[in-house]
Design a protein. Structure first.
Length: 188
């Protein structure tokens, strides 16, 4: 004789099929969501990770520009093109122009570095040998050798950059672009 506590076979079958279906859904969901989340994490990683926009400098972000001995002793500014590997979220572009700077050698081997972008509207300033000034060809912004404005057109002085010289005489620059058209210097 069958015990009275057991269910008839008609009632046991739907319960088993429900548990099998629920287990299948849970396992299928885990199998589907695991690679989905792994792929999403892989895709979002370059966007969420903070990294330098270029490679090729030292750990602090300085790029090697020239040798100290290559700069004129009289303080005449020279323009240099900075080259490095540009990096965006997923790509790396080898040996690209990062920007251009003017370097001046002052007494005591002190280096002054200017970003050559005019703080007025972003044109590239040129050094005028005859007048010993920097001049923006777009709107006639003019700057003295120390970067101070000579007229009221630019909102601020030329933007200076951090520089350092290593014991071997190599000049390094920490290149940055700055916001144009505003009085306060702010990195972009």
């Amino acid at each position: 004789m069958e015990p009275s506590s057991s269910l008839p076979t008609e009632q046991r079958a739907p319960r088993r099929s429900f548990l099998a279906a629920a287990g299948s859904i849970v396992i299928g969901g885990l199998i589907t969501l695991t690679p989905l989340f792994a792929g999403l994490a892989f895709f979002m990683d370059p966007l969420l990770r903070r990294r330098a926009p270029f490679k090729g400098g030292d750990a602090e972000g300085f790029l090697a520009v020239t040798n100290l001995s290559d700069l004129p002793e009289d303080g005449t500014p020279l323009r240099f093109v900075l080259r490095a590997d540009k990096v965006d979220a997923w790509n790396e572009f080898k040996d690209q122009s990062i920007g251009t700077v003017y370097l001046r050698k002052l007494p005591g081997n002190q280096i002054v570095a200017f970003n050559d972008t005019c703080p007025h509207l972003g044109c590239k300033v040129d050094y005028q040998e005859a007048s010993k000034t920097f001049l923006c060809p777009c709107h006639a912004s003019a700057f003295q050798l120390d970067g101070e404005p000579m007229n009221k057109i630019p909102p601020r002085r030329l933007d200076t950059l951090e520089s350092k010289t290593d014991p071997d005489g190599k000049v390094w620059i920490k290149y940055q672009d700055f916001q144009c058209g505003v009085e306060k210097k702010g990195a972009v």
